[in-house]
Design a protein around this ligand. Sequence first.
Ligand code: FBP
Length: 346
Amino acid sequence: MNDYSNKLVTIERQISEQQDMFPEATGEFSRLLRDLTLALRIIARDVRRAGLNDILGYTQTTNIHGESVKKLDEFANDIIFRAMDHGGHLCVMASEESDGLITIPNEYKKGRYVLAFDPLDGSSNIDVNITIGTIFSVYRRLEPNEITDGNAADLLQPGFKQVCAGYALYGSSTQLVYTTGHGVDVFTFDPTIGEFLLSHSQVRIPKRGKIYSVNEGNYHSWAPELQHVNYLKLPSSDGQRPYSSRYIGTAIADIHRTLFYGGIFMYPSDTKSPNGKLRLIYEVNPLAAIIEEAGGRASNGIGSVLELQPESIHQRVPVFMGSEDDVNDLEMFLRGEHPAQKDGSV
Ligand code: FBP
């Protein structure tokens, strides 16, 4: 089990220490993360008071996905925009809740970075006080010396190009989980001092788990190869199976549990959603960066999602992520090559 960090390290200190690792660093990236964590603190504050501050329920609008927009979604979207538009480190943003690109207002300097975010993941759980969160992903713009507005190409970069990825989890405590390619660290928010403190450093996912996480309500619209789930339920002589089923319905929360306990989280394609449900840029790539940096795997069923070349900013992809051995098994099932398929036990 990952050890608790007993060093008192704030997120600001961690960011500046990481900056010192790059002599050529200008501090622009550190300021970007500083401003982003401010937005996450404000969203966390209002999520904690949701139900008291008339922020639950729906707005009158629907988003580009045809989904009714939740008030908290809109609030979080607005807070991130207002925290990030004027710092001079971004050239363009994109949000799961906004139709097109979010441009930086003309009066502000354009920077070298690009921010993609899902302001509130788990919208179906907002009104019933179940864990929700914010997902973020940062890239360098394609033309580093440009001072103009960024464009779609700056966003449509493969996931392995992310310079930073992470999420904030608004659960029993508020936690910030992120990577800049130097391991995965978890900071827990201490409201008594208003600081994110390092609580778990260099988190590693178990090589294999005993939990699978998927919306089995879609079972009958899945491809037959996904008998894989039946395999996980079959008792095995070594006691490794059956796996337990856990599904919160907030990708961040299901991924956070998978990061610590291992196993596999899946949102496959099905006859209703031929490309799955989760969005490549706002949800899949940042979560995949965390899982793969922690030693796990994130696959679209064929290979790493981080290698995929995005085609559109709201593109969806099927995803299977978690412990290396569990995702390898899944891919073997999808290729029809798993021993359990060959010996007919599944
Ligand atoms: P939102 O970003 O709109 O919340 O959608 C994503 C999501 O809520 C994921 O967090 C979650 O894994 C999935 O949708 C749940 O979908 P379903 O209800 O179909 O299982």
